[in-house]
Design a protein around this ligand. Structure first.
Ligand code: SF4
Length: 217
């Protein structure tokens, strides 16, 4: 897909889904949060769901976690306008509760449509929900973060949600290191590091990190 097409296709997708009523969250949302950034982004970040500020503004990652994400992007030479930032759910769950499986199941087509249009080289999943969705696994984020997976023509790298680093300072340094890894991956996207694993090696397991669910946003 050439450049003008990507922008137009993404706009078409937005217009198609902005009034979505596939799940009950359409009733409580203030604004639908499509995502933001470049249709030509090489790196895409996928979080969990809009929070209060996102719901009010219709933009992803505009609170404290968004500020941290901007700083982390800056540390590897990116402005947020150069990447694409989206969530698994496009509407805010009331009280910032965790997304429900039935909501994810009906909303995921929107995210998949965005990935198909943007076709990024690297998709960074932020936290448990986007990681489990895009890797099709039951594994928790703790065992997956920082690892690199190749699915179709995308490199997928799970990292902690920035909100988790805000609430758990021990995760901040890890997050900073993971962003440096994103930069290296992008610089050599076709090279496979020793740590790279194929999704076929993933086996479902009980979630060990329930306490670390990242519904903090
Ligand atoms: S959360 Fe997703 S599926 Fe539910 S109403 Fe919003 S856009 Fe539609």
């Amino acid at each position: 897909m050439d450049k003008p097409d990507k922008r137009e296709k993404l706009k078409e997708l937005y217009l198609d889904i902005r009034d979505c009523q596939r799940c009950g969250l359409c009733k409580s949302r203030t604004k639908f949060v499509f995502g933001s950034g470049s249709a030509y982004a090489e790196v895409m970040f996928v979080g969990e769901a809009p929070g209060k500020n996102e719901d009010l503004q219709g933009l992803p990652f505009v609170g404290q976690a968004g500020k941290l994400l901007d700083e982390l992007l800056g540390s590897i030479g990116f402005d947020r306008s150069e990447v694409f930032i989206a969530n698994v759910l496009k509407c805010r769950p009331p009280g910032n509760r965790d997304p429900r499986i039935e909501e994810i199941n009906v909303c995921k087509d929107h995210l998949m449509g965005q990935i198909k249009v943007i076709d990024p080289k690297i998709i960074c999943t932020l936290g448990k929900f986007s990681t489990q969705l895009l890797l099709n696994t039951d594994k928790g984020i703790t065992g997956l973060r920082g690892k690199v997976f190749r699915i179709d023509n995308h490199i997928i790298m799970p990292i902690n949600h920035p909100a988790a680093a805000l609430y758990m300072p021990s995760k901040m340094e890890i997050l900073k290191q993971d962003f440096q890894k994103i930069k290296k991956l992008l610089d050599s996207a076709s090279e496979v590091s020793d740590s790279e694993q194929d999704i076929s090696s993933l086996e479902p397991e009980d979630n060990q990190d329930k306490d670390e669910q990242l519904g903090l946003f």
